[in-house]
Design a protein around this ligand. Structure first.
Ligand code: NAP
Length: 274
């Protein structure tokens, strides 16, 4: 059956998972408005008539409202949003200021909320909508030194589940994708908190070792196409899954986190990262 989704607003379309998602959605015949602060698309997507690059900052309400209004004016509808824009900050909890923690939530959590809130009236009016958020395996596995990233992604996950209950009566479905380590520009874009640069700090050595290991795993992780394929597949379904964790090993990790006693789970995570 051909997908009912024709017009998609994708955030974070200039790089990594978003760039690959834009390409694959277009191959599936969907028209994608690919938003990012750079407002660019990858080389592979340049000149593709089904991919429209747009300048969009999910941290800025006016930018979100302008983009949503202009798509609605041109297309008359937005069938799906993929809230993928994200960034990472790293640092021990004690070495993360409230402002730095807020910045993490600003893009990963409130950024998604701004976009979703802006498209919901149109989706309700058309009695059709598909909302995909990009959470992370870090939403279920607590990652030390990326505590605020883990927390923001956990917030996105529970938000998406709760939202699905509020909007299902309006023909709107929600799905959260939980990627594990994926090789993208995310690693290079990650910022350390200011205080975590202090080489004399008691956290410094463990922080560097842990984050170094995480970065190594990301750069040796899945290709972005693995996550993009999962997103496209959900948008082609009549009924989306509530959550999707791509790749069998990450599915197993998510399952173990749910069934293991918390102390045992934390001990295992600590062996890896603390
Ligand atoms: N890579 C992984 O291992 C991994 C694992 C789990 C989950 N994820 C999640 O996957 C999503 C995509 O990340 P990625 O790995 O593909 O990283 P990436 O290559 O760094 O891409 C991040 C995208 O987000 C955009 N972005 C950042 N801040 C933005 C803002 N304020 N407004 C609009 N766009 C913004 C960036 O574009 P501009 O800089 O041009 O704005 C870029 O297109 C993120 O939500 C990330 O948390 C990644």
């Amino acid at each position: 059956m051909a997908s009912a989704v024709r017009i998609v607003l994708l955030t974070g379309g200039s790089s990594g998972i978003g760039a690959e998602t834009a390409r694959m959605l277009s191959l599936a015949g969907m028209k994608v408005y690919a938003g990012s602060r750079r407002g660019t698309v990858s080389k592979e997507c340049e000149g593709n008539e089904l991919i429209v690059p747009v300048v969009l900052d999910v941290n800025d309400q006016a930018s979100v409202d302008t983009v949503v209004a202009s798509i609605l004016e041109k297309e008359g509808r937005i069938d799906a949003v993929v809230c993928n824009a994200g960034n990472g900050i790293a640092g021990a909890v004690e070495q993360t200021s409230v402002e730095e923690a807020k910045y993490q939530f600003e893009t990963c959590f409130f950024g998604a909320h701004r976009v979703i809130r802006a498209v919901l009236p149109a989706m309700r009016a058309q009695h059709f909508g598909r909302i995909i958020t990009i959470s992370s395996v870090a939403a279920t596995v607590p990652i030390p030194y990326q505590t605020f990233y883990s927390s923001a992604k956990a917030a996105v996950l529970i938000y998406t589940k709760a939202l699905s209950l509020e909007v299902k009566g309006f023909g709107i479905q929600c799905c959260s994708i939980l990627p594990g380590d994926t090789k993208t520009g995310f690693t290079a874009a990650r910022k350390a908190t200011a205080a975590s640069e202090d080489t004399s700090s008691v956290y410094y050595e463990t922080f560097r070792k842990s984050v170094g290991r995480m970065e190594h795993d990301e750069q040796n992780g899945m290709p972005a196409s693995k996550i993009a394929r999962a997103i496209v597949r959900q948008l082609q379904k009549r009924r989306m899954a509530a959550t999707v964790t791509p790749r069998i090993d990450y599915k197993a990790i998510n399952f173990l986190v749910r069934i293991l006693p918390t102390r045992l789970m934390l001990w295992i995570v600590g062996l890896l990262y603390a």
